[in-house]
Design a protein around this ligand. Structure first.
Ligand SMILES: [Zn+2]
Ligand SMILES: [Zn+2]
Ligand SMILES: [Zn+2]
Ligand SMILES: [Zn+2]
Ligand SMILES: [Zn+2]
Length: 351
């Protein structure tokens, strides 16, 4: 008995949502009606100028105005057609409460038990586990948010949630070739799915979504089933299989062989972005295997620095200086060190 009452409540919520959607549609017509009447006056706004030009026999002016009117009319007929399409498209009648109620029990019969949440205002259906081209994608929950039905023309009012997700290797948001971030790419089904929602034909709506989920359209997947287990290179986007993919621990991302390299010192895999080319030996190295020269502070691979931590240049300079110093020392007599008075440089401490 409780269940029956709740289904009546659910039907009422749905009817309410469809009412709001109808209002949104009428408001859209209202807005384009205003826009259209503006365009009407725009198309004929030159009539008094034309009249004056003809009266005064200003033929070249009249000719210019005629051309302009002609151009305006082409625009106008385009707007007229769009306006006609919009007005004529709205022949949707709101279903009766009893129809909605019947529609809900139809879901039970055709698809399986549906679930609903009166607080959250959602109704959902769970599919059988889906396998496409031998790739198991698990069951999906199709969840319709009654509160979002009125945004039908700008956003999708339902989500497709993977319950046992086996997402594409290259994009964890893609849980099905036609589902990304819980949104379904409806393909050719867009119009029929919209119509079903507008008319409150929920059983048709869920059936269409289930059918799309059970079929693979190789022309327009988010990620093709052929590449499902592959990983896409963060740099160039090329999809590679798991064992052809290289992980860079410095930036925590996967790369193809063209976009990664090895550190010449420690053999770690690094992406080209994180690898550092030593300016001395020109070999790629990882960040761990680089050090600054103590003298010039330029970064080199550890192999290119001396034990004292100097780069080749700085080491050569040091040797030259040493040689010169030695020469100077051998020619000049040693100067006696300057004697400093004892108290200089010491702070005077008061007791
Ligand atoms: Zn790459
Ligand atoms: Zn990296
Ligand atoms: Zn080096
Ligand atoms: Zn290294
Ligand atoms: Zn140096």
């Amino acid at each position: 008995m409780k269940k029956y009452k709740n289904i009546i409540k659910l039907s009422n919520l749905l009817l309410d949502a469809l009412n709001k959607l109808k209002t949104a549609r009428l408001q859209k017509i209202q807005a384009s009606l205003e826009d259209f009447s503006y365009k009407c006056s725009d198309a004929t706004k030159d009539s008094h100028l034309f009249y004056a030009a003809v009266e005064k026999r200003w033929f070249s002016s009249a000719e210019k105005i005629r051309t302009r009117v002609n151009r305006n009319l082409s625009d106008f007929s385009y707007h007229l057609q769009r306006f006609k399409d919009l007005v004529s498209s709205d022949e949707t009648k709101l279903p009766k409460l009893s129809c909605i109620f019947a529609e809900l029990s139809q879901i039970d019969q055709d698809i399986g038990e549906y679930q609903f949440d009166l607080k959250e205002k959602t109704i959902s259906v769970i599919t059988e586990p889906i396998t496409l081209d031998d790739i198991p994608l698990g069951p999906f929950e199709i969840k319709l948010f009654l509160n979002e039905i009125n945004k039908l023309y700008t956003d999708s009012p339902y989500r497709v949630i993977a319950l046992e997700p086996n997402p594409a290797g290259s994009d964890s948001c893609v849980t099905h070739p036609h589902v990304s971030s819980e949104k379904l790419c409806e393909g050719d089904g867009v119009v029929s799915i919209r119509k079903a929602i507008e008319q409150g034909r929920l059983c048709d709506f869920f059936t269409m979504i289930v059918n799309i989920l059970q079929t693979y359209n190789p022309d327009s997947p988010y990620v093709s089933l052929d590449d499902w287990e592959g990983i896409s290179c963060y740099d160039c986007g090329y999809t590679v299989s798991g064992d052809e993919c290289y992980y860079c621990e410095y930036c925590d991302r996967d790369y193809c062989s063209n976009c990664s390299t090895y550190c010449q010192m420690c053999d770690t895999t690094v992406c080209l972005g994180c690898a550092y080319e030593c300016p001395s030996c020109n070999e790629p190295v990882c960040q761990n295997c680089t050090t600054k020269c103590k003298e010039c502070e330029e970064v080199f691979c550890k192999d290119c620095l001396t034990e004292e931590g100097l780069c080749q240049n700085c080491e050569e300079n040091r040797k030259e200086n040493q040689d010169e110093e030695q020469k100077e020392e051998s020619t000049e007599p040693t100067a006696s060190p300057a004697v400093q008075p004892d108290n200089v440089g010491k702070a005077i401490v008061h007791a």
